[in-house]
Design a protein around this ligand. Structure first.
Ligand SMILES: N[C@@H](CCC(=O)N[C@@H](CS)C(=O)NCC(=O)O)C(=O)O
Length: 392
């Protein structure tokens, strides 16, 4: 077998030698992945993406999103959940996800909640407030858009308009929903603050997957963008401090510390929030996707939203439901009881996630333009609101 034959060589940590991470140091999911890789002490070259790099990533992975990893053997990886899961399978010890099936399930659920449910408030705070939009618009104009032959002011105006259209107005944020969107951030701050009064990390005395997942919104958005950062400093200094603690953590320094052996009671506010808000939203989104719709109306905690269908989140719900189905019976029982107590069980199963044609061969994180979507892709089947198959 050829030594660097990408198809046949069994993967090991050595597969990561010489990897390149494509991203931006202002991006939600790039921050999550960087925090994880730094903790694992896995060296990488970082490419600050420009628009040409984004096209290259889309060509290689089938997904116009960041971050992406290029391995030295030419393979590409996308999707931070799948990337972390794959790397964890190669790392010998000091795991970030508990091996206990109950805890593993709750970690995946919390990861998904942090990835997806905090996205709307994070994008709202970044793009709805003038000072925040000016700051980030200027950075993106000078950084990611540096390869565009346009004056900086025009690049900046273009990105601010695009982000507002797509992620604020186009993602259901309106005068009628704004206070609710902001309340998601404020509740998360106080629930996290309460946790960090009792221990340094989400799952005990060393960082876990759940910490890296919450770093996406808390690090690169809420602690960085002027408006939410001031709220964090004023109302939740413990969260502000935790952001730095996770960013500075190294597995080799935490090796002796253990993770908790059960999902802590102070995760219940997040589970209840899933039951009231996130899971009913996921169910309505999956239902609309199953009906081949591009948009839908739904009530979230009594607030009327008009939202785009997000196919990625249908896939996420399917992935979580499959993780539940794979639990051994004793673990499934414990998970069910806990979800029932948080009134999250019924919404979790309200809709079985339909197949949306994403990653049909189960190749994540190794997607390619050919394998990412079933032939024809969502573009042909569903409509312009989900033109990139992602709704984002
Ligand atoms: N589920 C993906 C999400 C990645 C993602 O959405 N990244 C954002 C930036 S943080 C992006 O690239 N968005 C593309 C866009 O705004 O057009 C992951 O975990 O990596």
């Amino acid at each position: 077998m050829a030594q660097n034959d990408p198809v046949n060589a069994p993967d090991s940590l050595a597969s990561l030698n010489g990897m390149t991470v494509y991203g931006l140091d202002l991006s939600y999911f790039t921050g999550k992945l960087q925090a994880y890789l730094r903790y694992c002490e896995l060296p990488f070259r970082f490419v600050d993406m420009n628009t040409g790099d984004m096209r290259k990533v889309a060509q290689k992975t089938g997904m116009a999103q960041m971050p992406a990893i290029e391995l030295a053997d030419g393979r590409w990886l996308t999707d931070t959940t799948a990337i972390i899961d794959w790397i964890e399978g190669l790392r010998p010890r000091i795991e970030v996800t508990s091996k206990d099936p109950v805890l593993r399930f709750f970690s995946l659920l919390m990861e998904d909640y942090a990835d997806e449910w905090l996205w709307r408030p994070a994008l709202h705070y970044r793009w709805s407030f003038r000072s925040d939009a000016e700051h980030m618009g200027g950075r993106i104009a000078r950084e990611m858009m540096r390869d565009l032959p346009l004056p900086v002011w025009l690049r900046k105006a273009t990105i601010i308009r695009r982000q507002k259209t797509k992620y604020v107005r186009g993602d259901g944020v309106s005068p009628a929903t704004r206070a609710h969107v902001e309340s998601i951030y404020l509740r998360n701050l106080s629930d996290l603050e309460a946790i960090f009064h009792t221990r340094p990390f989400m799952m005990g005395n060393r960082p876990s997957l759940v910490d890296f997942a919450f770093m996406g919104p808390m690090f690169r958005h809420f602690s960085l963008d002027p408006t939410p950062a001031k709220i964090m400093r004023d109302q939740a200094p413990g969260v502000y401090e935790w952001v730095g603690r996770v960013w500075n953590a190294k597995a080799s320094e935490y090796g002796g510390n253990s993770l908790l052996d059960e999902a802590p009671q102070d995760w219940s506010p997040f589970l209840r929030d899933m039951g009231r808000g996130y899971l009913p939203y996921l169910a309505a989104n999956a239902l609309a996707a199953g009906q081949r719709r591009g948009q839908f109306n739904t009530q979230i905690e009594g607030v009327a939203y008009h939202l785009p269908v997000n196919l990625n989140r249908v896939h996420c719900l399917g992935r979580l439901q499959a993780a539940y189905m794979a639990l051994p019976p004793y673990a499934a029982k414990i998970v069910r009881l806990r979800l029932e107590r948080a009134e999250a069980w019924q919404p979790f199963w309200q809709v079985r996630a339909p197949k949306v044609g994403f990653d049909p061969g189960d190749n994540l994180p190794f997607l390619t333009a050919k394998t990412a979507w079933t032939r024809g892709g969502p573009r042909l089947r569903i409509g312009s609101a989900v033109h990139d198959g992602h709704g984002r």
